[in-house]
Design a protein around this ligand. Structure first.
Ligand code: PLP
Length: 371
């Protein structure tokens, strides 16, 4: 009997998440020393020095379990966001929270709705619990930003068994953003039995005047869950800290399903310290804005189309399969992300790096494309 056949059907049907290639792996494979990784939307400035100091101080207590209630981090978040501690659910990265949502609200026979080209974890979390995932077609460009979430199409997918809708704002890997009034109208139109998850992993990079802050709507929509993370702008991807903010009723349910010590002690102290480091966050956003402008100029100069992004990454169109270009860039020591598994086989996603990293990327791209 094969090992595969022992698994429950919903697990056998899963497509594994494809993470960005780790730097060490490429070093082992090709013996390269200088590698530029622009593959996982990490912070090119590293982590806040204040977070690193907090980690240093906490190392000595590594033998102790973390505070399973996350008291200090939750208090800091509540103060910063103007919410109540009881509205927060901490996660081992926000992916953990997305998983909790699926475990709490989905079961075989129920379904979750998300968009085509949406963040891959929605589908994985949904299928893992045996529920069905329904992907709504994205905008084709005639009625909204091409590749962006089409909220009317998503609403049309909602049926009697739908219990969760996942919305990434902005979405990864497309970088597309939903405006305030359209997202609000969508939330207002959802039936009462449906939980809406608005994933704001890139919120701190928000620049557009119309960029919604879904936290503003928690009072109005008791079935709204807003997720955020310390992995991106706060530079703590390796420590795995994310959170959900919701009504207290939802937070109570999510916290019941949570592993008791799902966030490690180092992550807890680092996140609390990072939250206080406004200077680092400002520098991060500045580098990102500069980097997006540099990418824009570089792609425009090469006549390569890209999807305008509200995140710290950008997906560009090669007009031909991206996978071989991705492979060739690896041999140049540059790691980007192929996104064929997101239904975008001719695009590659590049994270916003420092000016130097972006220049390395374009130099490598020119060699690969013979430009
Ligand atoms: C990166 C990302 C996350 C965050 O993942 P973590 O588990 O917090 O590291 C969540 N949603 C989207 C859309 C992302 O791109």
């Amino acid at each position: 009997m094969s090992m595969f056949s022992l698994a429950v059907p919903c697990i056998r049907g899963l497509t594994p998440y494809q993470p960005g290639k780790p730097i060490g792996e490429l070093q082992r494979e090709l013996g390269l020393t200088r590698i530029v990784k622009l593959a996982s939307n990490e912070n090119p400035l590293g982590a806040s020095p204040k977070a690193l100091e907090a980690v240093q101080r906490a190392l000595a207590e590594t033998h102790l379990y973390p505070d399973g209630s996350g008291f200090e981090l939750k208090a800091a978040l509540a103060a910063k966001l103007g919410i109540d501690v009881a509205q927060i659910t901490l996660g081992n990265g926000s992916n953990d929270v997305l998983d909790l949502v699926a475990r709490v609200f989905l079961v075989p026979g129920r379904n979750a709705v998300y968009s085509e080209h949406a963040f891959a974890v929605y589908q994985i979390a949904t299928q893992t619990v045996g529920a069905a995932g329904k992907a709504a077609p994205a905008h084709d460009g005639s009625n909204g930003p091409r590749f962006g979430h089409d909220l009317d199409a998503m609403l049309a997918q909602v049926d009697a068994e739908t219990r969760v809708v996942f919305i990434a704002n902005p979405n990864n890997p497309t970088g597309t953003l939903l405006g305030r009034s359209e997202l609000h109208a969508f939330l207002a139109a959802l039936p009462e039995r449906v939980i809406a998850v608005v994933d704001e992993a890139y919120f701190e990079y928000a620049q557009a005047p119309d960029h919604p802050n879904a936290l503003d709507w928690l009072g109005e929509f008791p079935r709204l869950i807003v997720t955020r993370t310390f992995s991106k702008a706060y530079g703590l991807a390796g420590l795995r800290v994310g959170y959900a903010v919701s009504s207290e009723g939802i937070a109570d349910l999510l916290n019941r399903a949570r592993q008791p010590f799902n966030v490690g002690a180092l992550g807890l102290v680092a996140a609390a310290a990072a939250l206080e480091d406004g200077e680092f966050l400002e520098a991060t956003v500045r580098v990102n804005d500069d980097g997006l402008a540099r990418l824009d100029a570089g792609f425009s100069a090469r006549n390569l189309e890209y999807i305008p992004s509200s995140g710290n990454f950008l997906s560009f169109d090669l007009g031909r399969p991206g996978a071989p270009v991705f492979e060739a860039l690896l041999r140049e020591g540059v790691i980007v992300r192929p996104i064929g598994n997101y239904g975008l086989p001719n695009h590659l996603r590049v994270s916003v790096g420092t000016a130097e990293e972006i220049d390395c990327f374009f130099a490598a791209l020119d060699r690969v494309l013979g430009l």
